[in-house]
Design a protein around this ligand. Structure first.
Ligand code: NDP
Length: 451
């Protein structure tokens, strides 16, 4: 019998923690997981899932308009914020229950309490302590705000899911995933949206064509995009909230939302008590098996700031459990991770950008296609789809695919399989397209872009 209360104690019941707990328990480990908030973590409770539901809600605005081109007379559409929030909350409650059931049916003990490391094998839970042979930290991340005077008047994505009403005028600060997604949500639901970003174009780090095309589409949809601009102060004013911008401008609005990045949630976790190392940004430093600087302590997900995506945390949690409890060492695999931004229109991407491919591989071929999707020939909407393939010239391997447009995320998942398998351009070309779709472009692009 082990000298510890548990074989594995997991701090944090989000995507990574729940997956690791379940798989470890499946190998026969005695597992407990503690959670101070709701089981499910950022993705389920205050991230991907409620966000995507709100993206669907926002898109109806255009769907009603587009319907006219197909002969429909929709009439005056009305939107009820409270009904959306109630329906969304109902679904999140259901998923919270599903996650709890996953733990229960795997035989994992759930302790709904905050956990803090006392030493390398001991966790404080309220006024009691438990011990474990292995500890997994999967506490995720939390939104951060830059130190702008008046920043306390701004909300983050966490609060955006529970507003009492739809604000008529919104300022979104940032140009990353969350900023473009929420700018699109508020805009689609009917708010007047200004998006303020310090850089020259949204989505820094993405392929330059993706950034340009999305930037143009956001403007076409009515979002006021203020690029190369900082928020330098926020104050209350008689008409709501006044946002002061660099360049002496100001905007009055009803809601300011900061989407200026997230940080590992390590405050009060007791990492120093156990000697767990973090980097300058507070992320827990781990090796390829997610092991920290302390032999029996592991960490997965956003708290390690590797690639901060739910499916990556799931993969890391699964690999940890197989490695440590399944006697089957699996290093984490962060190569060619596809991702999508649920902006409107959405973006999906896998592999290298044109810029990075040129940098890392030297000679490359670039294929690009920009077109109006079939649906919009009748809807009349001026919205483009852009697709781009990046090919390593010497090997002809497709090393990157980038899409902006309707259904981008749904299209990209399959392409990501091919790219992960090392498919070449001629193998893409040998595939018959599905007609009429936008996706068929992916196998019919023949002309290289002049670079
Ligand atoms: P991002 O890192 O994507 O974006 C942060 C934005 O804030 C950037 O535009 C950044 O500018 C800006 N910013 C950062 N610091 C400052 C500052 N001091 N002053 C002004 N602007 C600043 O973070 P998000 O919060 O949008 O999302 C966090 C992560 O969560 C994402 O990176 C992604 O991994 C994940 N996520 C994934 C989603 C998905 O898969 N669909 C959806 C939402 C989140 P700059 O670019 O110039 O640094």
């Amino acid at each position: 019998m082990s000298e510890y209360d548990y074989d594995l104690f997991v701090i944090g019941a989000g995507s990574g923690g729940v997956r690791a707990s379940r798989i470890a328990a499946g190998y026969g480990a005695r597992v407990a997981v503690c959670e101070e908030d709701r089981v499910g973590g950022t993705c389920v409770i205050r991230g991907c899932v409620p966000k995507k539901l709100m993206v669907y809600a926002a898109h109806f605005h255009e769907d009603f308009e587009d319907a006219a081109g197909f002969g429909w007379e929709v009439g005056q559409a009305e939107f009820d914020w409270n009904r959306l929030i109630a329906a969304k909350d109902h679904e999140i409650d259901r998923l919270n229950g599903v996650y709890k059931n996953i733990l229960a049916s795997a035989g994992v003990e759930l302790i709904e309490q905050r956990g803090e490391l006392v030493d390398a094998h001991t966790v404080q839970l309220g006024d009691r302590q438990v011990t474990a042979d292995k500890i997994l930290i999967a506490v995720g991340g939390w939104p951060t705000k830059p130190p702008v005077p008046g920043a306390e008047l701004a909300i983050t994505s966490t609060e955006a899911f529970h507003l009492d009403s739809l604000p008529p005028r919104v300022v979104v600060y940032g140009g990353g995933y969350i900023a473009v997604e929420f700018a699109g949500i508020f805009n689609g639901l009917g708010s007047e949206v200004t998006q303020v970003y310090r850089g020259p174009q949204v989505l820094r780090g993405f392929d330059r064509d993706v950034r340009e095309v999305l930037g143009q589409e956001l403007i076409k949809k009515g979002i006021h995009l203020c690029l190369d601009t900082n928020i330098i102060g926020i104050e209350e004013c008689p008409e709501g909230t006044r946002v002061h911008l660099s360049g002496n401008d100001s905007i009055d609005c009803d809601l300011v939302m900061f989407a200026t990045g997230r940080a590992p949630k390590i405050d009060g976790l007791g990492l120093e008590n156990a000697g767990v190392e973090t980097d300058a940004g507070g992320a827990i430093v781990v090796d390829e098996f997610s092991r920290t600087s302390v032999d029996n302590i592991y960490a997965v997900g956003d708290v390690t700031n590797r690639i901060n995506l739910t499916p990556v945390a799931l993969m890391e949690g699964h690999a940890f459990a197989r490695t440590v409890f399944g006697n089957d060492p699996v290093p984490v695999d962060h190569a060619s991770v596809p991702s999508a931004v649920f902006s409107q229109p959405p973006v999906a991407t896998v592999g290298l950008t044109e810029h990075d491919a040129r940098d890392q591989l030297g000679e490359i071929d670039v294929y690009r296609s920009t077109f109006r999707p079939l649906k919009h020939t009748l809807s009349g909407r001026d919205e483009q789809t852009m697709m781009k393939l990046i090919v390593e010239r010497q090997t002809q391997r497709v090393v990157g695919c980038h899409i902006v447009g309707l259904d981008a995320a749904e299209m990209l998942q399959g392409v990501a399989i091919a790219i992960k398998m090392g498919a070449t351009k001629s193998q893409f070309d040998a595939v018959i397209g599905i007609h009429p779709t936008a996706a068929e472009e992916l196998v019919t692009m023949r002309n290289k872009v002049e670079c």
